[in-house]
Design a protein around this ligand. Structure first.
Ligand SMILES: Nc1ncnc2c1ncn2[C@@H]1O[C@H](COP(=O)(O)OP(=O)(O)OP(=O)(O)O)[C@@H](O)[C@H]1O
Length: 300
């Protein structure tokens, strides 16, 4: 028997006027998974998280959280979130903030426990206004832990945290995931995703363009791109040879420009320079942004 997915998105789109923020996402998260939602600015990460939180409704498609409508799941205390900004009263102390939030839940965990888990005991008596950005993020994390949620959503949670803050934060996340909590976090950083997530969902321009383990996703962003000018009637023959070279991922022809994505750029360069009339050769490292672009077919 399959347990109910923690999150199930099916054919989800979301448009704001002319902007298609989410352009068709199908995604299932299993209970207890820690999943990174990785993508560049404007990919649709925050919009998707808002849909899972029931803060907005999809234009088309369905969103289920533990088999329920998002709002029902939130109302039952099954879901909480750490968002990038807002939600704090500057004049309260850290402890007062957690205590007041706890009073909003029918069944909150002890205030001191969550303060300890979020690693903010030393600043518990400080006024929120005097806390740094990273400390405020840890306070939001403490607040999110109060209902002991089955699903925790984090939108770029470690923004502003120093190295020690990040370490405390992620070790708390991993410990809770070990006890069955599902975590979905949005990030721009491949390293953060790779280090802390069981699974990385790569999003670009409102779509999932890859879904896999850290090493699978890193492999997509590795290698180099060899660019050359090759104005020759035989270009097709060369591209066939190139495509068959070991370590070549993709060959593209745009006018008289040839682009070869490869793990072994030396072999590609050697072939082009010795066997073809290619000129103006350029070899560049392929980064995550290139990987996004080539995966979405939007490379230019
Ligand atoms: N309320 C809104 N009205 C109009 N456009 C919006 C609205 N919310 C988001 N968008 C647009 O939808 C697209 C996706 O935005 P979203 O904030 O979901 O991306 P993101 O992946 O979270 O980006 P970032 O990493 O910058 O936070 C962007 O083009 C954004 O400008």
């Amino acid at each position: 028997m399959n347990p109910t997915p923690a999150v199930a998105l099916s054919g989800v789109t979301k448009t704001f006027g002319d902007v298609e923020a989410v352009r068709g996402i199908d995604l299932e998260l299993r209970q207890g998974e820690v999943v990174a939602f990785l993508g560049p600015n404007g990919a649709g990460k925050t919009t998707t998280i808002d849909l899972v939180l029931g803060l907005s409704r999809p234009t088309t498609g369905t969103v289920r959280v533990l088999g329920l409508e998002p709002r029902q799941a939130v109302a039952r205390g099954l879901v909480s979130a750490v968002m990038q900004s807002g939600g704090l009263l500057k004049d309260l102390t850290v402890r007062e903030t957690v205590a007041y939030t706890a009073a909003l839940f029918a069944d909150a965990r002890p205030v001191d426990r969550v303060i300890a888990e979020a690693g903010i005991e030393d600043i518990a008596d400080r006024r929120v206004a005097t806390c740094s950005g990273g400390e405020q993020q840890r306070l939001r994390f403490a607040m999110a832990l109060l209902p002991d949620p089955a699903l925790l959503l984090l939108d770029e949670p470690t923004t502003g945290m120093d190295v020690e803050g990040r370490r405390t934060f992620w070790s708390a996340i991993r410990r809770d995931a070990g006890q069955g909590r599902t975590v979905l976090f949005a990030t721009h950083y491949l390293e953060e995703a790779d280090q802390y997530a069981d699974r990385i969902v790569l999003v670009s321009r409102g779509r999932v363009v890859a879904d896999g383990t850290g090493s699978e996703i890193k492999a997509l962003a590795s290698g180099r791109t060899v660019r050359a000018t090759l104005a020759d009637a035989d270009i097709e023959r060369y591209t066939e040879v190139l495509a068959a070279l070991g370590g070549v991922d993709a060959v593209e022809v745009r006018g008289d420009t040839l682009l070869v994505h490869a793990k072994d750029s030396d072999a590609v360069a050697r072939y082009l320079l010795t066997e073809t009339p290619a000129r103006d050769l350029e070899v560049t490292a392929r980064n995550l942004e290139d990987a996004f672009l080539s995966l979405t077919g939007d490379a230019r």
